[in-house]
Design a protein around this ligand. Structure first.
Ligand SMILES: [Zn+2]
Length: 225
């Protein structure tokens, strides 16, 4: 598990599976995605290492309902009292404790999914606020809700113009300092995913924080053509 500040007020908390991002402001902390169940202790410990209390965690923003992003959600909400935010479609899945789409697996994929399903299972959790595209939250001055369906039907991203940073969840991932669009059997709709990526590229973020892979800095020109 590694955690560090990557740019003023924005911290990454990453393990072997997935990245979460913590926004640290005097008035409170905001967590974007929560990792698998075992991340709860790591996130709580990291917050303490910053000299802040778990009760300073005010907002938990979720890009989508996959178990590797909401695995620690119920525990963190219970410990902190933070309010939970996501899109209507993802909220429905999170409150039911199920994925928001069926992966399009072949037989081997189905076998793998079955054997790893315990790993990605999550406890259902109440969502307090439904977010709609174009809405903004008073975090990092103004944090915009960017629609990014494709990986899942209700996937959303978050963009801070002040930090020129896009929190892309699983709509994008990175490899060798290049951004890649969500694809393959875990993608609900690849055409939608591509359209979402073009919209995100058009924002011209300077930094892109992804769920899987390293953070991409100087991101302009690192989106696929
Ligand atoms: Zn995902």
């Amino acid at each position: 598990m590694q955690a560090m500040e990557i740019t003023p007020n924005i911290h990454i908390i990453s393990g072997r599976v997935v990245n979460c991002f913590l926004i640290v402001e005097p008035e409170g902390l905001t967590l974007i995605d929560t990792g698998i169940a075992s991340y709860e202790k790591k996130i709580t410990g990291y917050i303490a290492s910053l000299g802040r209390s778990i009760h300073d965690l005010k907002h938990i923003l979720l890009t989508h309902s996959d178990g590797d992003h909401v695995g620690s959600l119920a525990a963190l909400k219970a410990a902190s009292g933070a309010k939970v935010y996501t899109s209507a479609i993802e909220a429905q899945a999170i409150e039911a404790g199920i994925p928001s789409r069926e992966p399009r697996f072949n037989a081997f994929g189905k076998f793998l999914a079955r054997t790893t399903s315990g790993f990605f299972k999550f406890d259902p959790c109440k969502v307090d606020h439904i977010l709609t595209p174009g809405q903004d939250l008073p975090i990092l001055e103004r944090l915009w809700v960017v629609p990014s369906p494709g990986h899942t039907p209700g996937h959303i991203s978050f963009y801070s113009a002040a930090a020129k940073t896009l929190f892309a969840g699983d709509s994008l991932h990175s490899s060798r300092d290049e951004l890649l669009c969500s694809n393959g059997p875990v993608t609900w709709d690849e055409a939608e995913a591509l359209a979402s990526m073009r919209l995100q590229a058009g924002i011209r973020p300077r930094m892109v924080c992804v769920g899987h892979g390293k953070v991409v800095k100087k991101a302009v020109g690192k989106f696929p053509e």
